[in-house]
Design a binder for this molecule. Structure first.
Ligand code: GLP
Length: 244
């Protein structure tokens, strides 16, 4: 779906999330959201905060699992996705801290495989992800599933692509400060979500959006695997859709 701008697209996405939370609340059920970082979901989070503050929407029945985190990374670092989520969403709503999950960038290397197995287990125990929101990297990554990530990949440590690190460099004050690795949910983890909404704003994303939507399904562009998902919406603004 192509929206006039990121604002209207983000409002539509936030409304989907709000409706899901409310419908589960009416039934006395919890809801499991898969969350993303980066600039793309910021307006969606602003809208969720607005719904909490102005309309009294409660997040007390919401569990969240974030896609990824740089490795190594301390949670209080300005570059940490833990901090990003607190500052841009969690600190402004009534979600229970124990219901939020972000991959742990502080682990020792040898602790990572077990952590990743447990992350998968926790998602399964929560009943699976009801709605996963995604941005897209210019390499075609979702989460940090860089080119070469298989459709059945699960949560694991990955090496970041050079382009991903270059794109992140300004925020880190130079590429030498950008971590070389990350912990990310796998493509398989994401594909198991009951519903997926991928968003992209701006013409910088137009070439990769064309490959993702119209290109052949391939590990070289992991986002193309979403073409096989039974319930995936791709929400774009006009500039991100200009090459379709
Ligand atoms: C990072 C994140 C991705 C995100 C991507 C795009 O690589 N790990 O989850 O989708 O950046 O970022 P932005 O939304 O800022 O364009």
């Amino acid at each position: 779906t192509i929206y006039e701008d990121a604002n209207t697209g983000s409002k539509w996405i936030a409304q989907e999330i709000i409706s899901l939370i409310k419908s589960r609340q009416e039934k006395g059920q919890k809801v499991v959201l898969g969350l993303a970082t980066g600039s793309s979901p910021l307006k969606v989070y602003e809208e969720l905060i607005r719904a909490h503050k102005e309309d009294g929407l409660s997040f007390s029945n919401v569990l969240t699992f974030n896609l990824d985190e740089y490795y190594p990374m301390q949670p209080e670092s300005v570059h940490s996705y833990v901090r990003f989520m607190k500052e841009n969403l969690f600190d402004h709503i009534d979600i229970l801290p124990e219901n939020t999950h972000v991959p742990d960038g502080t682990l020792k290397m040898e602790e990572v495989p077990e952590f990743c197995r447990n992350y998968e287990l926790k998602i399964r125990e929560a009943g699976g992800i009801d709605l996963q929101i995604l941005g897209i990297g210019r390499t075609g990554h979702i989460g940090f599933n860089e080119p070469g990530s298989g459709i059945r990949s699960t949560t694991r440590m990955v090496t970041l692509d050079g382009l991903t690190r270059r794109d992140a460099a300004p925020g880190f004050g130079g590429i030498s400060h950008v971590p070389r690795r990350a912990i990310t949910m796998g493509v398989g983890t994401i594909m198991q979500a009951k519903k997926i909404i991928l968003m992209a704003w701006g013409n910088g994303k137009a070439p990769i959006i064309r490959e993702a939507v119209e290109g052949p399904i391939t590990e070289s562009v992991p986002t193309t695997f979403l073409q096989e998902h039974h319930n995936c919406d791709i929400i774009l603004d006009k500039p991100a859709a200009e090459k379709l």
